[in-house]
Ligand binder design. Structure first.
Ligand code: ADP
Ligand code: MG
Length: 496
């Protein structure tokens, strides 16, 4: 992957990093900076405040991490404070900072809830330079005045729109009251809703704006997006049928609530899939373990809530399923951004009931996502597809003499037609599809419902248009997921 700039290839040498930072970049295997890195690194290095918009998976961590660590003076307590919305993101960012800064002797600490308070304080007092924290725990520390001489010179607000979604805005404002006036502030976000711009006005001083969101592309073209219209009671069956017909590799199934995630993962496991639930009620250790086993391909499916799965950088997710449509367009964009990373193809599938048309059409309008309708395949169609595929493969299939001998031997006992029929039905046994023949509404019925829905709610006014969300905020172009730089994991996705 290259980044062209007037036909001159920009590489990491252009930035003039210190030797030890450059070594971290090299060891991480980064060759070419991503667009956000190319733009943000020189500006951050100069010491300016920055407000930057770039999608998930585009390398924002290194975009703020490398130049800020390059500027570290050393030996003077915490110099860089990064605020991240979830524990997972905080530990992910902290690890990336460590990886990139280790040769420069940078000491990193992640600070979040559910860990010993005294241990966190001790780690920080022992000379951490970079602290990555979630808002709640950080504010708790600051209010209780547990840190001595806490005066970071660089403060980063990472994934700011997610903080907003999670209701952390007040905490963030409160945190900034404890921070020194004299500081460099950097705000990174995948989308820029008005509330985030307002916050930026309060905490940034004459910031440089960077926006690498592709303007024309409505959505990441590498993600095929479909929706299926079903009845409420059909959700589980529809999920199972779609998993069976799509044969995903690694996939993430999004649920609205923790309970739903627990229930659905139990159902999927009982149906023979290697699914694991991931949500905020689980202990941190359990969550880490679940994510690790998914990353390694020991389980194929994460059944997750939005919060728990936010921003996770997981290689080679082939499918994202929205078991329930998300509440807002931003979540939709974040969810489907888990697949189609680093130029790989991905599929995003959303189940909706007729009562959810309103949410669906709001997502389509606001995000510009081209989500296309599809019918849930019937058992008959699944079989037919399988047969078509089988015949295509049979035609080109070679066999050796041994097989020929066996068939000729058998033909003495059984006529060849019934032999072929029996062999085929044996093959079909392995391809058992569960559930009722038809699931969900036919395309004719959906067309009628959509028509009625549009004449009832139609018109642009209804959804507040794009303006409310600050114009184009679209996921686009290839991300920098780990996958693009390594081989494909290939967990091969069928029932185990
Ligand atoms: P974001 O915060 O924008 O979602 P991350 O900072 O988490 O993205 O980066 C996503 C992945 O891409 C990480 O695994 C990171 O190590 C990798 N990455 C970042 N920059 C580069 C680069 N220039 N070349 C190769 N890989 C990169
Ligand atoms: Mg990030």
């Amino acid at each position: 992957m290259t980044t062209d700039n007037n036909d001159v290839q920009v590489n990491f040498d252009t930035f003039g990093f210190k030797k030890d930072i450059a070594k971290g970049v090299r060891e991480a295997g980064f060759r070419m900076p991503s667009p956000i890195q190319e733009q943000a690194i020189p500006i951050v290095m100069k010491g300016s405040d920055v407000i930057a918009r770039a999608q998930t998976g585009t390398g924002k961590t290194a975009a703020f991490g490398l130049p800020s660590m390059n500027n570290i003076k050393g030996g003077r307590g915490v110099e860089i404070l990064i605020i991240a919305p979830t524990r997972e993101l905080a530990s992910q960012v902290s690890e990336e900072m460590f990886r990139l800064g280790r040769y420069a002797g940078v000491k990193t600490v992640a600070v979040y809830g559910g860990q010993s308070i005294s241990r966190q304080v001790e780690m920080i007092q022992r000379g951490a330079n970079v602290v990555t924290a979630t808002p709640g725990r950080l504010l708790d520390h600051l209010r209780s005045k547990r840190f001595r001489n806490f005066a970071p010179s660089v403060v980063v607000l990472d994934e700011a729109d997610e903080m907003l979604d999670m209701g952390f805005l007040e905490d963030i404002e409160a945190i900034f009251k404890f921070l020194p006036e004299e500081r460099q502030t950097l705000l990174f976000s995948a989308t820029m809703p008005p509330a985030i711009r307002k916050l930026a006005n309060k905490i940034l001083k004459t910031p440089v704006s960077i926006d690498v969101t592709p303007k024309e592309v409505t959505t990441n073209v590498d993600i095929a997006q479909h929706y299926y219209v079903i009845e409420e009671r059909e959700r589980e069956e529809a999920m199972v049928r779609l998993i069976d017909t799509e044969s995903p590799g690694k996939s993430i199934v999004f649920c609205r609530t923790k309970r739903e995630a627990d229930n659905l993962s139990t159902v999927l496991v009982s149906r023979g899939y290697s699914a694991r639930a991931l949500h905020g009620d689980m202990e941190q250790r359990q969550r880490n373990e679940t994510i690790a086993s998914f990353k390694k391909g020991q389980s194929d499916m994460l059944v997750a809530t939005d919060v728990a799965a936010r921003g996770l950088d997981i290689t080679d997710v082939t499918h994202v399923f929205n078991y329930h449509i998300p509440f807002n367009p931003e979540s939709y964009i974040h969810r489907i951004g888990r697949t189609g990373r680093a130029g790989k193809k991905g599929v995003a599938i959303t189940l909706v009931t007729p009562l959810e048309f309103k949410e669906l059409s709001r997502i389509m309008k606001v995000s510009g996502a081209p989500i296309k309708y599809r019918e849930v395949p019937s058992i008959h169609e699944v079989k037919q597809n399988y047969m078509d595929d089988l015949f295509a493969r049979l035609k080109d299939r070679d066999f050796d003499d041994e097989i020929l001998d066996m068939v000729q031997g058998l033909s003495g006992e059984m006529d060849v037609t019934s032999l072929a029929c029996k062999a085929l039905s044996l093959l079909l046994d392995d391809q058992k599809v569960a559930g009722p023949n038809r699931i969900g509404f036919s395309s004719g019925a959906v067309e009628k419902m959509m028509h009625r829905f549009k004449s009832q709610y139609g018109g642009r006014k209804q959804y507040g248009g794009q303006k409310r969300y600050g114009g184009n905020k679209r996921p686009g172009g290839g991300g920098y997921g780990k996958g693009g730089y390594r081989g494909r994991g290939g967990s091969g996705g069928r029932r185990k």
